[in-house]
Ligand binder design. Structure first.
Ligand code: MN
Length: 238
């Protein structure tokens, strides 16, 4: 039976080896899927495609082994790994997706997003997002040495740990009107996104909105085939 998988918000980090092990197992188990989409925040931080950390090497290896036998892998940037680029995608045999992207999923047009752009109520965050998405700002950042970028990332991580911004209750939820507007704009009745760490199916007037979950003590995935859509989780041993 052919099927497609969606995951997001793994927040891969060398400090959380259980999540890396869970990803390795997940990729192993699903080698025969049609495609795997990872909708952002794959990494807790990404310094750029020249990132030479042990974590980058480890994940490069995992993804490369997954795509080697022809399984399609699509990667979207999140707010954590906004510097993820096509060089990395190419290196691991994946394709980098723009946010937003519409795909044809077994005959149903489906809108894919990381989800942060839907949280329009968080104006501070949207100001940061606008800056982080600016190609000139990104180029300036990428022109810095890896060591400088590492220092910036460490600083941002400290700030984010203090504010606890990896926890669902501290991430603002999506703005319902923005969801409706984007689904209308792209003329779809299905939207899949992550970011908010509030895994759930929402049936609204505009269609179905699937929210993926983050990976920590549990891993979450959405499995879709021609006949059914199923959001499920599995336990991750720490
Ligand atoms: Mn996010």
């Amino acid at each position: 039976m052919s099927y497609t998988l969606f995951i997001s918000d793994l927040h891969l980090d060398s400090a959380r080896p259980h999540v890396i092990a869970a990803l390795a197992q997940f990729l192993d188990t699903n080698r025969d899927c049609d495609a795997l989409y990872i909708l952002g925040d794959i990494f807790e931080a990404w310094l750029g495609d020249d990132d030479n950390s042990a974590l980058a090497a480890q994940i490069t290896d995992l993804f490369t082994r997954f795509t080697r036998n022809g399984t399609a892998l699509y990667l979207m940037r999140g707010n954590r790994d906004f510097l993820l680029g096509s060089n990395f995608a190419q290196r691991v045999g994946a394709s980098l997706l723009a946010d937003p992207t519409v795909i044809d999923l077994y005959g149903t047009p489906t809108l894919l997003m990381h989800g942060d752009s839907l949280c329009t109520g968080d104006t501070d965050y949207q100001a940061f997002r606008k800056m982080a998405q600016d190609p000139a700002w990104q180029a300036e950042l990428l022109a810095k040495s890896l060591a400088e970028r590492q220092a910036i990332a460490t600083h941002l991580r400290t700030v984010s740990k203090e504010s606890g911004s990896n926890k669902a209750q501290d991430i603002m939820d999506v703005t319902p009107n923005e969801v409706t507007e984007q689904m209308r704009r792209f003329n779809v009745e299905r939207l899949i996104h992550g970011h908010t760490h509030r895994p759930q199916r929402h049936d609204t007037g505009s269609g179905t909105r699937w929210v993926l979950g983050d990976w920590d003590a549990k891993g979450w995935a959405l499995k879709i085939d021609e006949f059914e859509e199923k959001l499920y989780y599995f336990n991750i041993n720490q």
